[in-house]
Design a protein around this ligand. Structure first.
Ligand SMILES: Nc1nc2c(c(=O)[nH]1)N[C@H]1C(S)=C(S)[C@@H](COP(=O)(O)O)O[C@H]1N2
Ligand SMILES: [Mo]
Length: 331
């Protein structure tokens, strides 16, 4: 998502970021079925019409790829998407709540996790696989976890998971399984590739690491002024300038955003919140003086989580929420 698109409270679909491990599957919606099985008393099979006939919920949710910021980490660059800070977006997801469906299927007493399986298939780490991820049962039973069939008022586009995807508000992108076709209740921790190998925060190659789950806080600004075509360096006129941006955290609501000029920080003004799971707008006034400056912003959430000036390197290049720096030239 180009950062100027931070201006929209809900990201227009064509400006929303995308992350797709394999090929986008081609799905005939008339033949599509979602199965709910594994350790349940009453396995279910649902068509798209069955899902649409259930009570509908719409929720604005900010999603961010766990690899956002990867290319800005110090040290050797992990081989994966070289994101700067643009792997984020907010959509109005419409679908039906997962929890009542799981309750109807009736997880048995030994149930611990729920595995979500996509229709996309490929090779990764030398293993042929489908994209699959699990959630702890209590997380899957949260009332705001959705089986979404619409994004911003229209059916999901193929690249965003048509005809059905999971939405897990507050979690990094990898949890939101697209092209969702199977839900399996299990008793043991799921050890599929995307759970046990990928998406773990590992300090070095010998570190078994911690699984990534919730999004750490981040604030980003719309870079002010005009970009230079090849370098993206920015130029603006001297005088009063209103800098705008958005901030989010999957751990707790945003508490403060600060705006920094050449290392001196001042509180930014927060807009009204747009629901628990959507990013929060902010703005700051800046009296731009001629010369070169570095603008930055940083968020803090109500759980006290903050952003580091510079994040430490990690093997997968995940969760780099180091503060954004925008060098500008004031003419
Ligand atoms: N089936 C499937 N689901 C998936 C993926 C995928 O490759 N296959 N990518 C995940 C990752 S890593 C991210 S960041 C989000 C991106 O969702 P979006 O492309 O709709 O923004 O989808 C997640 N769900
Ligand atoms: Mo991702």
């Amino acid at each position: 998502m180009p950062l100027e698109a931070l201006r929209y409270p809900v990201t227009p679909v064509g400006l929303h970021y995308l992350l797709i491990h394999y090929d986008i599957p081609f799905v005939d919606p008339a033949r599509f079925e979602l199965s709910v099985g594994g350790l349940v008393a009453r396995p279910l099979e649902l068509s798209l019409d069955d899902l649409r006939a259930r009570p509908a919920v719409e929720l604005e949710v900010t999603t961010e790829c766990a690899g956002n910021g990867r290319a800005l980490l110090p040290g050797p660059r992990p081989v994966s998407q070289p994101w700067l800070a643009e792997a984020v977006g907010t959509a109005a997801w419409r679908g039906t709540a997962l929890a009542p469906l799981l309750a109807e299927a009736g997880p048995v007493d030994s149930a611990r996790e729920v595995v979500f399986t996509g229709l996309d298939r490929g090779y990764e780490g030398g293993e042929e696989q489908v994209f699959e991820r699990s959630l702890p049962l209590e997380e899957a039973l949260r009332d705001d976890v959705l089986l979404a069939y619409e994004m911003n008022g229209a059916p999901l586009l193929p690249q965003h998971g048509f005809p059905l995807r999971l939405v897990v508000p507050g979690w990094y992108g990898m949890a939101h399984v697209k092209w969702l076709t199977r839900i399996t209740v299990v008793a043991e921790p799921f050890t599929g590739y995307q759970q046990a190998h990928a998406y773990r925060f590992r300090r070095d190659e010998d570190d078994e690491g911690e699984p990534l789950d919730r999004i750490w806080p981040r604030a980003l600004m719309v870079p002010p002024g005009l970009p230079d075509f090849p370098t993206r360096e920015r130029t603006l006129a001297a005088g009063r300038c209103r800098v705008k941006g958005r901030a989010w955290s999957g751990h707790a609501p945003i508490e403060t955003v600060e705006f920094g000029v050449d290392g001196a920080w001042a509180p930014a003004e927060l807009d009204a919140p747009a629901g628990r799971w959507a990013w929060r707008g902010w703005h700051a006034e800046w009296e731009a003086t001629p010369g070169e400056h570095v603008l930055s912003c940083r968020a803090r959430d109500e759980a006290g989580n903050t952003q580091p000036d510079e994040a430490d390197w990690n093997v997968g290049g995940y969760a780099n929420n180091g503060v954004q720096r925008v060098p500008v030239r004031v003419a």
